[in-house]
Design a protein around this ligand. Structure first.
Ligand code: GRF
Length: 196
């Protein structure tokens, strides 16, 4: 069985979309894959509640308890690697995980570490993507699923979806429109990776 480990920091709606798609589409039977664990760097991440209700293993690693980024990432890798199996390397899915990862961590999971970013990369890497798209006068915005490389919000693009920016949009209304598409393309992109 190929294990998927999902990293979250907050609401976890993308994580929930992946879990629900895996159930609906029978990833266990069809793809030999399962969401094995959800890890949060925040104790109060709402997504942890959903994961526990689904019977998924959860773990909280508070980054503030570590002296350096390197130490936090090493502890994170140690938890993730519990779900690694010979011949079935774990797939690590960042889903609203608000931590910058060290190059050592990224290299360790090269080719099996993916992220979702709420803009049409390479436009608007970093934070506040929706407000920046509105301020720039963009008529379209969207979301990107990509392989993670050492450079933040870069790396080969696996999937994108586009939404219109409407005249009265605020960052919140645009974010909500983009989020509905995130829930469609992230599970689909992961299923595509699992089929390879
Ligand atoms: C999403 O917009 C994601 O693209 C961004 O953070 C948000 C997380 O939402 N990186 P959720 O925790 O999956 O609900």
């Amino acid at each position: 069985m190929k294990n998927i480990v999902i990293l979250i920091s907050g609401g976890g709606s993308n994580m929930a979309a992946i879990v629900k798609t895996a159930q609906r589409d029978g990833w266990r039977e069809r793809l030999g894959a399962q969401v094995a664990a959800v890890i949060s760097n925040k104790l109060d991440a709402k997504g942890l509640v959903f994961a526990r209700e689904q019977g998924i293993a959860t773990e909280v690693l508070d980054h503030k308890a570590f002296a350096s980024r390197e130490e936090f990432d090493a502890a994170l890798a140690a938890v993730i690697d519990r779900f690694d199996a010979p011949g079935a390397p774990v797939l690590v899915v960042l889903a609203g995980f608000m931590r910058i990862l060290t190059p050592g961590f990224v290299n360790r999971y090269a080719g099996r570490l993916v992220n979702i970013h709420p803009s049409l990369l390479p436009a608007f890497p970093g934070l506040h993507t929706h407000q920046r798209a509105i301020d720039a006068g963009c008529q379209f915005a969207g979301v990107t699923v990509h392989q993670v490389t050492a450079e933040l919000d870069h790396g080969p693009i696996l999937a994108q979806a586009v939404v219109p920016v409407l005249p009265d949009d605020t960052a919140d209304t645009l974010a909500a429109r983009v989020l509905t598409q995130e829930h469609v393309i992230y599970p689909r992109a992961i299923a595509g990776l699992l089929q390879k």
